[in-house]
Design a protein. Sequence first.
Length: 220
Amino acid sequence: MAPPRFRILRGIAFLHRIWYYRSMTLWFATGNTHKQAELAAILSGHHIKIPAQGGLVDFSPPETGNAFLDNALIKAQALYQAVKAPVIADDSGLCVDALEGRPGIYSSRYGAKPGEPLSSSARNALILQELGDRPQRSARFVCAMVLLLSPDRFFAVQETLEGEILREEQGSRGFGYDPIFYIPGLGCTLAGLTPEEKNRISHRGKAGRRMAALLSSGEV
Ligand code: ITT
């Protein structure tokens, strides 16, 4: 019989093998490194790779859809064409009620002129200017997420996070519209939360955990 230390090592190797085979490599169809960091933490049991790691440095398919879900599927299909392996994609944005849902699917390009994208703080300033003193400040983040396993097989989920638009930026963490997105129940903006706290409540966190549950269900 093998000595105890050898048996423990063999046990660890066995558990590692189980963990490795349950975890999947997922290509994430994004060029946004903030989203990449968030999803890698949300799906921490899996290997998340971005197009640049497959030599696709300029991956940016035209987002021609009229809904978050359409654009998530466009990104997923475009990357699947290139890598021929399971892909996850996220199309997300901020919808402000008093602005009839803007910026919505145009969140990353809001206020941009051709060839001249706005910085995040300039986009935040534009939203604050458009809203002015209006008392109605309700808004939500939306995240449509698609898991594409083969050309004709995909799963989709769309999740939200409700909040309010502040009158000025607050907080220095996160990205994009986080500094103007206030969570009344927490008394701070998303930019005031740690990455773990944000993932726990966010649109992306909720959508990603649904995908994680699906991946560990044994049905995928
Ligand atoms: P990819 O298309 O390459 O994934 P992107 O940033 O262009 O990157 P989207 O088209 O989905 O992604 O646009 C999402 C924009 O919405 C993003 O650039 C932010 O401005 C905003 N956004 C989405 N999720 C956010 C979050 O959690 N916090 C702050 N802003 C967010």
